[in-house]
Write a protein that binds this ligand. Structure first.
Ligand SMILES: [Zn+2]
Ligand SMILES: [Zn+2]
Length: 101
């Protein structure tokens, strides 16, 4: 498995307005760990980065994660491996608690 820094935003779109409030000033791409789904990126201004409550619906989050996989040049499966969403099954079964909010 190739290791990849899931928080690497160098491949993410680095232009465009804040996705929360639409400003074009001090906008950066940040990564967020979604609940049990993977890592995704959002374009946010400094203000919104501090205040945003990143709770997207499941479908949106999944799409976001897919897009960010694309930015990273990895597959969703690889991201899952790297972030440990699907722990390798062993005799004890998947380790519990991985997906606790
Ligand atoms: Zn904003
Ligand atoms: Zn991205």
């Amino acid at each position: 498995m190739r290791y990849r820094d899931l928080d690497d935003t160098s491949g993410c779109p680095n232009h465009g307005p804040c996705e929360q409030c639409g400003t074009e000033e001090d906008v950066y791409t940040s990564t967020f760990q979604s609940w049990c789904t993977g890592v995704f990126c959002l374009r946010l201004c400094e203000n919104c980065t501090d205040t945003i409550d990143v709770r997207l619906d499941v479908l949106t989050t999944m799409n976001r994660v897919w897009e960010h996989c694309d930015h990273l040049g990895i597959t969703v499966d690889e991201m899952a491996d790297i972030s440990g969403i699907f722990p390798e099954e062993n005799e004890l079964g998947p380790s519990p608690g991985r997906c606790s909010p």
